[in-house]
Design a protein around this ligand. Structure first.
Ligand code: SF4
Length: 78
C-alpha cells in the first residue's frame, strides 16, 4: 500500500493511459504487483532523462572549466 503511494506520488497524475493502465493509480498498482515497470510511464521516463541530461551537462561544464583553467595556468579552478 505504502509502496503504491510512493510510486503514485512520482507520477504526473494525468491519467493519460499511454502506459496501458487506465489511471496513474492503477499503473502504480501494476508496478507494485510486478506487472509493469516504472519506466513504462513516458512522463516518468522523460523526467529521468531530464535529470540525467542536467547531470551530464553539469559534469561537462565542470570538466570544461578544469580544462580551461589548466590551459590558462590555473589547474585548480573548477
Ligand atoms: S503513462 Fe504515466 S501519466 Fe499516463 S496514465 Fe500511465 S502512469 Fe499515468
Amino acid at each position: 500500500m505504502q509502496k503504491r503511494h510512493q510510486i503514485y506520488e512520482m507520477l504526473p497524475k494525468i491519467d493519460c493511459g499511454a502506459c496501458g493502465a487506465p489511471t496513474c493509480m492503477t499503473f502504480a498498482e501494476d508496478v507494485v504487483r510486478g506487472d509493469a515497470e516504472a519506466d513504462e510511464c513516458v512522463f516518468l521516463t522523460m523526467k529521468s532523462f531530464e535529470a540525467l541530461s542536467k547531470s551530464l551537462l553539469e559534469a561537462v561544464a565542470k570538466q570544461s572549466r578544469k580544462v580551461r583553467g589548466s590551459l590558462e595556468g590555473h589547474p585548480h579552478d573548477a
